[in-house]
Write a protein that binds this ligand. Sequence first.
Ligand SMILES: Cc1cc2nc3c(=O)[nH]c(=O)nc-3n(C[C@H](O)[C@H](O)[C@H](O)COP(=O)(O)OP(=O)(O)OC[C@H]3O[C@@H](n4cnc5c(N)ncnc54)[C@H](O)[C@@H]3O)c2cc1C
Ligand code: FES
Length: 356
Amino acid sequence: MGAKHTVRFEPVGIEIEADEDETVLNAAFRQGVMLMHGCKEGQCSACKSFLLDGDIDMERYSTFALADYELEEGYVLLCRSHAYSDLSVELINYDEEMLRSGVPIQVVQTRVETIETLTRDLRRLVLALEDPPEMAFNPGQYVDITIPGTTKTRSFSMANTPSTDDHLEFVIRVYPDGHFSGLLEGRLQPGDPLKVTGPYGVFTLRDHPDRDLLFVGGGAGMAPILCLLRSMAESGSQRRATYYYGARARRDLCYLEEMEALARRLPEFRFVAALSDPVVGEEWDGEVGMITDVVERGEASLHTADAYLLWQRPQVRQERRKTPACPSRCSPTPKLELWSSRARRAVCTTTTSRGG
Ligand SMILES: Cc1cc2nc3c(=O)[nH]c(=O)nc-3n(C[C@H](O)[C@H](O)[C@H](O)COP(=O)(O)OP(=O)(O)OC[C@H]3O[C@@H](n4cnc5c(N)ncnc54)[C@H](O)[C@@H]3O)c2cc1C
Ligand code: FES
């Protein structure tokens, strides 16, 4: 352990203690302060902040995340910064409601309980927690799973709610050559150990009972939204909520029965599935088209909504034309960008690879 220093965040006045050996972001997580973040490895700029006072040293980062001129002006990436004196840091991208709602980070030893095929490329992974035997988290958060035999991690959102905190359930898209997801194709077996670190993330429900909820996602983006909907059902939420889910064909849809069950428990909930590439002759009387177009047709106004927008990289690439900066710095499609600027509040994220 190195020397310890006090880091004060402005304008919110929160203070934490940071060891020289840890990044300021990790120190904040350790103490339950959920700062805005994305990749946690200097690639995305979500944690960019302004150093008002003090000495820091930064680990390697991408100049896409922090340009040289920004560094000269005093901007820093908190996921790369180590404190070498007491610091005063101005947060430029924060959600005051979320800052103090964080749960301290835990390292948990788990064992694989179930690996189940949901669709041709989605798997349901359930981990039983062993040491410690439970883990606190907020609905919508994610953990980092360490790839066995390496120090590398991959992030996955919980689909289960904290009420079942002795196991973690994930919906994972399999990439055959994926370092972690590829293991789900027969190489990882029930009983195998996995190390999990978390929880992280700010994709959580804000307490605004008067606002409608709009969830948009596809593929494995189902996981955190399923968690949010399940937790709304547990608490008897009366909020008007619509979940737009995009898939290519009928066979790529999953959790349909659960969506029906949720609609029975949540009186104001609607699930809208849309197929972008239905198989000819396939029975389907639902929406057809890109999910972004289907939302545009279905939602006249977003001004009273909190929007939760979540997409995986291929769809983002497909739709990306000109991408202005998103308030949550996730660089989604222009249409998702438009909705996030129209909605009362938008929480956006892309489940992109962190590489490595
Ligand atoms: C906050 C966060 C939450 C996430 N939650 C989930 C989740 O709930 N479920 C889930 O399935 N994933 C989720 N991801 C993505 C996940 O962390 C991994 O990046 C993904 O599973 C690929 O890891 P891998 O080791 O299998 O593939 P890698 O070994 O990293 O990559 C293998 C190959 O697949 C390609 N690839 C990797 N990721 C993607 C991608 N997203 N789109 C297209 N091509 C890709 C790579 O370019 C490479 O060619 C999340 C990511 C983040 C940052
Ligand atoms: S979280 Fe710091 S650059 Fe992505």
